[in-house]
Design a protein around this ligand. Structure first.
Ligand code: F6P
Length: 544
């Protein structure tokens, strides 16, 4: 047993949670439960009353947080401590949305000036492109942006531009990530090379998919009639590896810097967000940063008991470690936010999918859950059955703006009623007696009614958070994403893991490159396991 699971607080939580009444009772016992268990901050309202907690549970969770020195750890991250211990790096994505007047040091050097310089470079470029001052090789204004990148160099820009569609200023945006040629071929169909700008984003400038896609984009561009000297007007790069980018042929003036103290999955606030700024404009991009800054301030200043990321992070620890929950579902009741679950999936799973603690000791407790989800109300016709009546406990986050960008008749009333109805059904469930009573007018005989009633029982006591905002804007979206970044951080602190490296993705890349060599070899593969040999050789044959 590790020190954490042996701790008195951990043991108290285990005993306490097992004895807690059903949420139905908790609500019946206290009609002020919502008033006691909701928070407003940074344009967001968090209703966490539909959770398996009472005041004692929360007190024990905050005790666990204090024993993990959470407040000091928060301060340490913001002040540039080397908390990514395996890569010996600070974790300072928060500096990307800091104010110009701030001083934030990474390895003894104030990084705020270069952050501001990069924002200024972005703003100038965005203005040139949006105004038509920056033209393609035939003198035409740019109409389409093609962003090439993967992982943290792709998903943030993709999801944010999708979420902020009402704020687009005129440019179209397309995202190429997968090395599957279908991705780039489909995206380039119908584009005009004369008016297309490629933004190649790669922190390392060494990711196979991104390099291959960029080469193919360049070949496409030249095949459309452009020449080599026209490349500079149509290709810009975002990277921390400027040498490799210039070696690749990128014009040094068209390279936007990134830094080692920004993790890929935390990087949309940097020049990785250039596609966002090109599409929604720099003012709106700065609103996005401002929303995240507000959440940073809240996270650093609010007492744990009034701290939104802390409460959400500790509730997730509660379900992972004291209720055996292996996954967590994110349900966005807003079509513009349909991609957000995938973004939070990458953010959380690449951060907390770890099984050794900071000092390399194997953990004896669960860490990062599987994060998944989708848009409401679609999920109600897909996987909510399992949420309501399955054997797995899956805590849920419901996210919904109160006002739609597209008010139309009864639509938003119905969307909201579904959202709130689902959280209510998950919490209260349906008893056998209620199910039987609902069939009182049915023509079925009693035996049938009793059988169906058993199948209609819903255990309830299924926890959910509800996050509301007045409207989905760059500011509220920035605050929402920063909220989940810090929620992820809180869990990592409790689990004593490094949330900021990703060694688990290295082996697949190495073995993949070895397979690539064997696919191109003179002879069939024999040296690997018989399954891998067979798969490679079937591929070489091109038929099963
Ligand atoms: O920005 P790069 O260096 O191309 O890396 C792309 C992605 O690959 C990873 O390194 C591994 O998935 C991510 O952390 C990163 O966001």
């Amino acid at each position: 047993m590790t020190q954490l699971t042996q701790s008195a607080t951990w043991q108290q939580l285990a005993t306490h949670t097992a004895a807690l009444p059903h949420m139905r009772e908790l609500f019946e016992m206290n009609d002020q439960r919502f008033n006691a268990m909701h928070l407003k901050s940074c344009g967001l309202l968090l209703d966490y009353s539909k959770n398996r907690v009472n005041e004692e549970t929360l007190a024990l969770l905050f005790k666990l947080a204090n024993e993990a020195q959470l407040t000091d750890k928060i301060a340490g991250m913001f002040s540039g401590d080397i908390i990514n211990n395996t890569e010996q790096r600070a974790v300072l994505h928060t500096a990307l949305r800091s104010k110009a007047s701030q001083t934030i040091k990474a390895e003894g050097q104030n990084i705020v000036p270069e952050v501001q310089q990069t924002l200024a470079k972005m703003a100038k470029f965005v203005e040139q492109v949006q105004s038509g001052q920056w033209t393609g090789y035939t003198g035409k204004a740019i109409t389409d942006i093609v962003s090439i990148g993967i992982g943290g160099s792709f998903l943030g820009p993709k999801i944010v531009t999708q979420a902020l569609r009402p704020y687009w200023k005129g440019l179209n945006c397309h995202f190429v990530a997968n090395v599957d040629a279908t991705s780039i071929c489909e995206k380039l169909k119908g584009l005009n090379a004369e008016t297309t700008l490629f933004v190649m984003s790669s922190k390392s400038f060494g990711t196979q998919e991104t390099l291959t896609n960029t080469l193919s984009a360049k070949e496409w561009f030249l095949a459309q009639g452009a020449s080599q000297q026209d490349v500079a007007q149509h290709f810009v790069a975002v990277t921390s590896n400027v040498a490799k980018a210039t070696e690749f042929g990128m014009d040094a003036n068209n390279i936007f810097p990134m830094w080692d103290w920004v993790g890929g999955r935390y990087s949309l606030w940097s020049a990785i967000g250039l596609p966002i700024a090109l599409v929604i404009g720099m003012d709106n991009f700065k609103e996005l940063l401002s929303g995240a800054f507000d959440m940073d301030q809240h996270f650093q200043q609010a007492p744990l008991e009034q701290n939104m990321p802390v409460i959400m992070g500790m509730l997730s620890v509660l379900y992972s470690n004291f209720h055996g929950a292996q996954s967590h579902v994110i349900l966005t009741y807003d079509h513009y936010l349909r991609g957000l679950p995938a973004y939070f999936q990458q953010l959380d799973m690449e951060s907390n999918g770890k099984s050794v603690s900071l000092d390399g000791t194997a953990v004896d407790y669960s860490t990062g859950p599987v994060i998944w989800g989708g848009e409401g109300t679609n999920g109600q016709h897909a996987y909510h059955q399992l949420l309501h009546q399955g054997t797995a406990l899956i805590p849920a986050d419901f996210i919904m703006p109160l006002q739609s960008h597209n008010p139309l008749g009864e639509h938003h009333n119905q969307l909201a009623s579904n959202c709130f109805g689902q959280t209510q059904a998950l919490m209260q469930g349906r008893t056998y007696e209620e199910a039987l009573a609902e069939m009182s007018s049915s023509k079925l005989d009693n035996a049938q009614k009793q059988l169906i009633a058993k199948h209609k029982v819903m255990a309830g006591n299924k926890p959910s958070n509800t996050l509301l905002m007045d409207k989905l804007t760059p500011q509220t979206l920035g605050a929402l994403i920063a909220l989940y970044e810090h929620r992820t951080f809180v869990q990592g602190v409790i689990w004593q893991i490094n949330s900021f490296d990703q060694w688990g993705v290295e082996l697949g890349k190495v073995l993949g490159n070895d397979v690539l060599d064997r696919i191109g070899a003179e002879h069939d593969a024999q040296a690997l396991d018989c399954s891998s040999n067979a798969l490679i050789n079937l591929y070489r044959q091109g038929q099963i």
